[in-house]
Design a protein around this ligand. Structure first.
Ligand code: FES
Length: 314
């Protein structure tokens, strides 16, 4: 993974099962800038690479803050972070990427589930300083597991509703979303069940929405199988056919064209590739709904094509 060598300068207990990490340059020099919704990939000492949303303040350029929930059914990244003494360790961190940017809207509703609150924290911080109507709902199973509650209360007061789903009924999404005006936007990050529910209600109500998945990816290399696809790699001047069992990433490499990858399961975004012609069949969990609809980039490690051919910017 190409990126920045950053040192873990602080680990903090944010909530039951949630650890915060602070990463900074060894010489304390300013880090590349970022906007709310951005994430970084962190290469752990074991070699595992994991993606985390930045949850600090973008105006603070000397460090990046992330929060990591211990996932019992995870794939090892969170267990490694929770189980090792990382303060003082140097880790490779990717350059910032943002597939979940806060775009202009007349009104905002932010919905976070569990550790899915992390990309929403800097959004809330930004909205709290703007003259725009906004509100947020933060759901978690057990108040003690919900990080950033005090900080969010200080930022938003009554605009932020924290819902402990172990004790209270889930929020009425239809009611919340149905009340929004025509220029509103909904931002949601959390588990798939929450994203699916929010997407369904927003589509029925005709409300613009953006979602970001967290947790173990639903995409997989197996899911990358499908019909034969012809790839034209325009800048390289070569074409290749990916058979039904071959990922498009592998086909690109078979054609002798270099392409960077990391997770190869559709969740890190490293292999993101420009699409010049054709319609991708997106199977990753990285791109936003808007980016999928635009079809200008895709993740060839898991995605395929809706038609027989794609022309790629490679
Ligand atoms: S390599 Fe991670 S999304 Fe393709």
């Amino acid at each position: 993974m190409t990126g920045l060598p950053l040192r873990v300068t602080r680990a903090s207990w944010e909530a039951e099962g949630v650890i915060g990490l602070r990463l900074a340059a060894k010489d304390a020099s300013p880090l590349p800038s970022w906007e709310p919704g951005a994430h970084i990939d962190v290469r752990l000492p074991s070699g595992l690479s994991r993606q985390y949303s930045l949850c600090g303040d973008p105006r603070e350029r000397r460090h990046y803050d992330i929060a990591v929930r211990l996932e019992d059914a995870g794939r090892g990244g969170s267990a490694e972070i929770h189980g090792s003494a990382l303060v003082g360790r140097d880790l490779t961190v990717s350059y910032v990427r943002n597939h979940f940017p806060l775009t202009e809207a007349d009104e905002y509703l932010l919905i976070g589930g569990g550790i899915g609150i992390t990309p929403l924290v800097p959004m809330i911080r930004a909205l709290a300083e703007r003259e725009v109507p906004w509100s947020a709902v933060y759901c978690g199973r057990g108040a003690e597991t919900m990080a950033f509650r005090d900080e969010l209360a200080a930022l938003g007061g009554q605009r932020i509703r924290c819902v402990d789903t172990a004790r209270e009924t889930r929020p009425d999404l239809k009611g919340l979303i149905g009340r929004l005006g025509p220029g509103a936007a909904v931002y949601c990050c959390g588990p798939n069940s929450l994203l699916d529910a929010v997407s369904e209600v927003c589509e029925a109500a005709g409300v613009r929405y953006e979602t970001e998945h967290f947790g173990a990816a639903t995409a997989s290399a197996d899911a990358a199988a499908g019909d034969e696809v012809e790839l034209e790699l325009r800048r390289s001047g070569v074409s290749v056919v990916a058979g039904p069992e071959t990922t498009l990433l592998q086909a690109i490499r078979d054609a002798g064209v270099e392409i960077e990858s990391d997770c190869e399961e559709g969740y890190c975004g490293t292999c993101e590739t420009g699409v010049l012609e054709g319609v991708p069949d997106h199977r990753d969990v990285v791109l936003s709904k808007t980016e999928r609809a635009a079809g200008r980039t895709f993740m060839p490690c898991v995605s395929r094509a809706c038609g027989r051919k794609l022309v790629l910017d490679l």
